[in-house]
Design a protein around this ligand. Structure first.
Ligand code: C2E
Ligand code: MG
Ligand code: MG
Ligand code: MG
Length: 287
């Protein structure tokens, strides 16, 4: 990039990129250690069933408990993992953590489906379905204890391949959600013959939906079209009571967002669930 870096403005970028590369290399190196030394942890965010007010499941979101930098969020290391060839390992670590937690919750008598995010690339891993089914079998968990959140991108890259992977997961009882729906290029018609259980409307439409007519129309029409395909519709990014009310009016099935709960460690989620159950009993006049 010599020609470019001879331009003054570019030289600044180029210098920035060099130190950036260094930081990325360091992050990659540290991430290898993190994966080996169990520094990754999962936080869990509840999904609330709107008509019933119950909590059928939670989404597991990865965090890195970095020894010096503190708690790091996915945007600070997922890309490095992807480009550095660590995504396959990271995905397996996350699946193990999530399913171990699912066993603990099952033992506590909590019926919760744990949703795990998959990068497009981990879905191209031919071993993935076998790995997932073995992890479930090792723990004697039913497939329905696990939901996998996939992106539209994955469904678009190689439709036949995607369909095949999803059908094999479906055969194992695993549930499938399409994440960040509305941000990609797929249409609902395209999703029609794929074995999908849940459509997650992206937060970029949900957050502004009360002020932005187009966002609102997109949410409403996705809910209606999704229902016509028998999909459960989840709204991500529910930050206010007003948005929640509007989603209920639109007939949305499930809500997830800061208004209900931020993603939190397992113990905190358990307290949240118990407090909610207790409040429900009080409201019903049972306690
Ligand atoms: P996502 O799967 O779409 O997850 C939703 C993101 O929105 C999460 O960010 C969550 O903390 C955040 N969020 C939840 N409620 C609200 C809200 O009301 N308002 C706003 N503004 N944001 C909300 P997070 O945890 O930083 O994760 C970001 C992305 O990183 C995820 O987006 C997912 O694509 C990816 N990711 C997270 N964990 C994993 C993982 O274990 N594996 C892979 N491959 N990707 C992951
Ligand atoms: Mg997700
Ligand atoms: Mg999402
Ligand atoms: Mg998102």
């Amino acid at each position: 990039y010599s020609a470019k870096s001879s331009r003054v403005g570019q030289r600044i970028y180029s210098a920035g990129d060099d130190s950036n590369d260094e930081a990325r290399l360091r992050t990659l190196h540290e991430l290898r250690i993190a994966l080996a030394e169990n520094q990754l942890v999962l936080h869990y965010q509840p999904k609330v069933d709107l008509p019933r007010d119950s909590v059928p499941g939670v989404e597991a979101l990865v965090r890195w408990n970095h020894p010096t930098r503190g708690l790091l969020f996915p945007n600070e290391f997922l890309e490095v993992a992807e480009h550095g060839g660590l995504m396959r390992t990271l995905t397996r670590v996350v699946l193990e953590l999530a399913l171990d937690q699912a066993v603990l919750w099952q033992d506590q008598g909590r019926v919760l489906t744990v949703a795990v995010n998959l990068s497009s690339r981990s879905l191209l891993d031919y071993q993935l379905v076998n790995v997932v089914t073995r992890m479930l079998a090792d723990r004697e968990l039913p497939g329905s204890a696990l939901m996998l959140e996939v992106t539209e991108e994955f469904l678009l890259v190689d439709r036949d391949r995607a369909r095949n992977v999803l059908l094999r997961l479906r055969a194992a009882g695993v549930l499938i959600a399409v994440d960040d729906f509305g941000t990609g290029y797929s249409s609902l018609a395209y999703l029609r013959d794929l074995p999908i259980d849940e459509l997650k409307l992206d937060q970029s439409f949900v957050i502004p939906m009360l002020d932005d007519d187009r966002a609102s129309a997109l949410v409403a029409s996705s809910i209606n079209l999704g229902h016509s395909l028998d999909l459960r519709i989840v709204a991500e990014g529910v930050e206010t009571a007003e948005v929640l009310d509007q989603l209920v009016r639109f007939g949305c099935d499930v809500a997830q967002g800061y208004y209900l709960s931020r993603p939190v460690p397992a113990a905190e989620l358990e307290r949240w669930l118990d407090d909610r159950a207790a409040a429900g009993l009080v409201a019903a006049g049972i306690e």
